[in-house]
Every structure is written in C-alpha cells, then in structure tokens.
Write a protein that binds this ligand. Structure first.
Ligand code: SF4
Length: 386
C-alpha cells in the first residue's frame, strides 16, 4: 500500500504532519483488506481531488488539457460555466467531514473559481487536510487569507528559472508573478506566526527543461520551499492509446478515454543525459526535500523514456487508486480515474457515500481488479503511488 520506493517520501510527510500520516497509514490498511475481500466495495476514500474548473489562463506546452496536444484546447471541455456552486461544494464538504479525507483543490486553475476562499474556509472548519494545486499566477491577492485559514499545503508548478518557466508555460512575466505570490505567503506566515501552508514546488521534466534541471534548486532555495518534486513526463504512444480506447469501450460500453489522447506524443528526452542531471541534483547539498516521482531506478528511467509500453518491475502491476481516491469533476461527477469519463454518479443527485459504493463504483472496481490494469495505466502516476 506504500511502495518501498515511496517510503522516504511517506516518512517525510510523517515527520512534517504526524497525525495526517497516521491516518493515512490506518486507511491504507483497511483499504488493502477491502481490495482483497470486499468484492469491489471500498472504505470511504482517503483523498478526494475536487476539480473546481476547467478554465485556465495558461497554455503550458506539455499539459494534457490545454497544452500543444491537449484535448480541452481542441474544444473538449467548456471554458467556463458548468462549475459547482458554493452551496453544492459546502454540502459535499459537510458530508465528507464525517470520514475525514484529505481534500485537494485543482483545475484548470482553481483560483478561477470565485468561491475558492470560502470553500477552503469550510474545509478547514471541518478539520480536513487541504492542499491546493495551482499555477501560482493568481496567488498573491489570496496569500493573507490562505495563511489565516490554515491551508495545509500549496503545490506550485515551476519548471525552471524565469526564462525557462515563462517559455514553457507560455506567458511572459508569469515567473515573476509566482515569485511575488510565494514571497507574500512567506511574509504572511511570519506576520501571522504560522508555519503553513507548506510550499511544495512541482517541476515537470520535459524536452524544454531537462538539460538544465539544476536551475530549480536555486529557485527552490530562493523561495524557501519545503520540497521540490521533479515529475517524470507523462506521454504515451498511439498504439497504447488505441488499445486503451478499444479495451475500455468493450469492457465499459459508452466510456471514453479521450483525455489520454492529450498525452500521445514523443518525449524528446535523452534519458542518459537526464540521468546525469538527476545525479548532479542528488549530489547537491540542500536543506530542501528533493525527490523524483515516480521514484524509478536508473535503468527504469531509461526504459520509461525509451519504451512507452514499459512497466517498471519495482511496482506491482495493479492499481488501487479507485479504492483510495475519488475525483470530483466541475460538473459534480465522481470519477475513479482522471482520464476516463466513467462516472460513479453525481454529487448533485446523491450523497457521495452512496455513490462511492454504488452499483457503478462496485462494477468498475470488480472489472479493474480482475484485469489488474487497463492499457494506459502504465503511464498513469497513480499506478506508482500505492
Ligand atoms: S492507473 Fe489506471 S486504474 Fe489506476 S487511476 Fe490510473 S488510469 Fe485509473
């Protein structure tokens, strides 16, 4: 339930947030038992990601939604509207409070949702752990509120120094805005005598930054980040995508994997040069917690980039995520997987707990358990988490 390779990461969480880590460990134990014996039913989830909006002000090159190959860019999702209201969200959080999940707010860019601050207030009033994943462009005006409300963690995307980041993310002046936002958070933490939110920088490795990844260490130190995670690029070949569509269409008629289409491209990364850069980063002394995700061995890094169908041997070939994590989309649909439009139902129509172990959910988990994986799962980061 906590892969050996992720143990260092888990240990760090345990030291930074002990009660959160204990809760996660207990929930994983129950989930592991349910996976084996409960016939597709699952304990209420450990984590829920709420996608507040599909809207975004950036067009990051490698983004599966709005990037060069992204499905949303081609008209796959509305640019606005179709978002849950604060009344829907508050009702949902009130129910979730009873089973204590960690709540992640994401998008699109979540700060486009006009009620994100009252929502965080509601989540923290329920005593839930709350993380926001953001591109950082709209952060500064909210900094004082986020610190005051006790937001736990802030994950910010940064792909390099000023020129690298602005080029990849497609907006001049963006890096400077993110820096201003983080500096304001740090200032407010001092002013209000708080240690949270933790600042976690997230760097996506791509053909446009992998040859100068070390830049990120200086950026993270300058911003007094708590952690810096380098994410291996998600990409797949056309054959894997076609196999995914065919398999899912056959097993779950009416379900589409079209969102995976945004990840069909070649990485453009020389994995041997990448390994040199990774080594150089690991050898630099820094107080910041630096890690690579998934935490592949050197040979796995080479295979991952050279063979799009590769499944690393140090991870088990089965997915537990739909037993542990739920995704709530801007429409209110509860889904087990990010890039599949299969839904357990809608939180506007039924309580979340009824959907989580409803007929649709049990059916999905039974099929997945029997198959262990769908074709595209080998490129899903969730496979390497549990
Ligand atoms: S690995 Fe597969 S089943 Fe698991 S969350 Fe990802 S897409 Fe869904």
């Amino acid at each position: 339930m906590i892969p050996f390779r992720n143990f260092r990461r888990f240990l760090r969480k345990a030291l930074e947030q002990p009660s959160y880590a204990v809760r996660v460990a207990m929930k994983r134990l129950f989930t592991s038992m349910a996976y084996r014996c409960a016939g597709g039913r699952a304990p209420l989830p450990e984590a829920i990601t709420v996608f507040l909006t599909h809207r975004c002000n950036l067009r990051c090159k490698m983004c599966g939604q709005w990037g060069e190959h992204g499905v949303t860019r081609a008209g796959g999702a509305p640019q606005n509207g179709g978002e849950l209201t604060i009344a829907d969200l508050k009702r949902f959080i009130a129910e979730a409070g009873a089973f204590n999940p960690s709540i992640t707010l994401f998008g699109g860019e979540p700060f486009f949702h006009r009620d994100i601050i009252p929502l965080i207030e509601t989540i923290k009033a329920q005593g839930l752990h709350c993380l926001v994943i953001t591109n950082g462009s709209l952060l500064k005006p909210h900094a004082a509120s986020l610190v005051r409300l006790g937001l736990d963690e802030l994950n910010l995307s940064l792909d390099g120094n000023r020129d690298t980041h602005n080029e990849i993310r497609g907006m001049q002046g963006l890096f400077e805005r993110i820096v201003e936002g983080i500096e304001e958070i740090n200032h407010q933490k001092k002013l209000q005598g708080r240690t949270k939110p933790l600042i976690n920088l997230q760097c996506t490795i791509s053909k446009d930054n992998y040859a100068r990844l070390e830049e990120m260490l200086a950026v993270a130190e300058r911003l007094h980040a708590n952690s810096l995670t380098f994410h291996h690029l998600i990409f797949m070949d056309e054959a894997t995508y076609c196999s995914q569509e065919e398999t899912v269409g056959w097993l779950l008629p009416g379900t589409s994997s079209a969102n995976w289409k945004g990840f069909v491209f070649e990485s453009g990364i020389d994995p041997r040069l990448l390994l040199q850069k990774m080594d150089a980063i690991r050898q630099k002394a820094t107080k910041i917690f630096v890690n690579f995700y998934p935490n592949f061995s050197d040979t796995e890094v080479i295979d991952y980039y050279e063979n799009p169908r590769y499944l690393p041997k140090s991870y088990r070939p089965r997915c537990l995520s739909p037993w542990i994590t739920a995704y709530v989309f801007p429409t209110g649909d509860v889904r087990p997987c990010l890039n599949l439009d299969y839904s357990f139902g809608n939180i506007k129509d039924a309580p979340f707990s009824a959907l989580w172990n409803g007929e649709q959910a049990v059916r999905y988990r039974r099929i997945l358990k029997e198959r262990k994986l769908f074709p595209a799962c080998i490129r899903c980061t969730e496979l390497f988490r549990y």
